[in-house]
Design a protein around this ligand. Structure first.
Ligand SMILES: Cc1cc2nc3c(=O)[nH]c(=O)nc-3n(C[C@H](O)[C@H](O)[C@H](O)COP(=O)(O)O)c2cc1C
Length: 321
């Protein structure tokens, strides 16, 4: 059995699974591995750093003939990042966190699909207004940056708002049961980040994979502290879900103090540069309980599919009881 949805038909791809464009972490190797396995791999273009982008975009184009995409932090880029990506003919460009309006026509005119990630109903409406081809409804359970809506009620609310535009569910989906739930909620697929971060192909610092395998959902927390400490410049409306660490414990509820005093951030910078994970952020969603190991991305895709099919089968057997 395979899942055929409005998303798989539009792209087209074999499976309704998208690897999130995790900035600097989802490089060309991860994106290509997911695409070759039948999902949609996405290069995490982040802030559009030209050298990184050039290298990883070349890698993905050399490594797959299947559709692939690229994503950006919309508030942090300019048109040149989108143009650099479009020159490599991605099947899709995903824009998150900010107004996609200035880039929508560029993406469409280049023949790529526009995917917009929304963290609340206003962003979902704006995505619809700019003509997004696919809209991601991202719940607060997700790893990395996002908003306050929970995946379970947010996904069907976005489906109702934007239909017939296909919706991808994101946030806390880390195994096949989550994928099955997303489809039952009316989504046309799932966008998965944290689970793919724990893959062989992800560009992660030493220790991050092991930390993800060890962590439980309650070890994660949405916060602004780590963005302030690393002077990341994020708009206030977005917080980031990370593993709890010493920096977070020390500065929780003291964000203004941290922001105001540059000298308080120096020890952070030095320890983060050494790769000390008790200081630097490990982005992680509540789905970490469901990550037992680090695996090749293709195996993650295959397991998501097989387990989703089994979960749907079990649910319909129960219906007949
Ligand atoms: C390590 C990491 C980095 C991320 N970086 C980005 C990013 O650069 N751009 C983006 O649109 N979303 C980013 N996200 C969020 C994902 O797009 C997605 O919404 C989220 O991972 C879904 O929740 P999950 O982590 O529970 O699967 C990131 C997520 C993680 C875990």
């Amino acid at each position: 059995m395979t899942f055929s949805t409005a998303f798989t038909e539009l792209l087209p791809v074999r499976h309704p699974v998208v690897c999130a464009p995790m900035g600097g972490i989802a490089g060309g190797a991860l994106a290509a591995a997911v695409s070759n396995a039948g999902g949609l791999g996405m290069v995490g273009g982040g802030r559009g750093e030209p050298d990184w982008l050039g290298r990883e975009l070349s890698l993905v184009t050399e490594s797959t003939d299947e559709p692939w995409g690229v994503g950006f932090l919309t508030w942090a880029i300019g048109p040149q990042a989108v143009d650099q990506a479009l020159a490599h003919a991605p099947r899709a460009v995903l824009l998150s966190y900010g107004d996609p309006g200035p880039y929508a026509a560029r993406v469409r005119d280049a023949g790529s699909l526009l995917i917009v990630q929304a963290t609340d109903m206003d962003e979902a409406r704006r995505a619809l207004d700019v003509g997004a081809d696919v809209i991601v409804a991202q719940g607060t359970e997700g790893g990395g940056h996002g908003g306050r809506r929970a995946t379970l009620p947010f996904v069907p609310a976005v489906v109702d708002l934007v239909g017939p535009v296909p919706v991808l569910a994101a946030g806390g989906i880390a195994d096949g049961r989550g994928l099955a739930a997303a489809l039952v909620l009316g989504a046309a697929g799932a966008l998965v980040g944290t689970r793919f971060q724990a893959s062989h192909e992800a560009l992660i610092a030493p220790g991050v994979g092991e930390a993800l395998v060890k962590a439980r959902g309650e070890d994660t927390e949405r916060n602004r502290v780590l963005d302030i400490a690393r002077e990341a410049g994020w708009p206030d409306q977005y917080t980031a879900r990370t593993l709890r660490n010493r920096t977070l414990e020390e500065w929780r509820d003291r964000e203004d103090e941290l922001r105001a005093a540059p000298e308080t951030r120096r020890p952070y910078r030095e320890a983060a540069a050494r790769g000390d994970l008790d200081v630097a952020p490990v982005w992680a969603g509540e789905g970490v309980d469901l990550i037992p190991d680090l695996r090749p991305a293709a195996e993650i895709v295959a397991a998501l599919l097989a387990d989703a099919e089994a979960a749907v089968g079990r649910a319909s057997e129960r219906r007949q009881l």
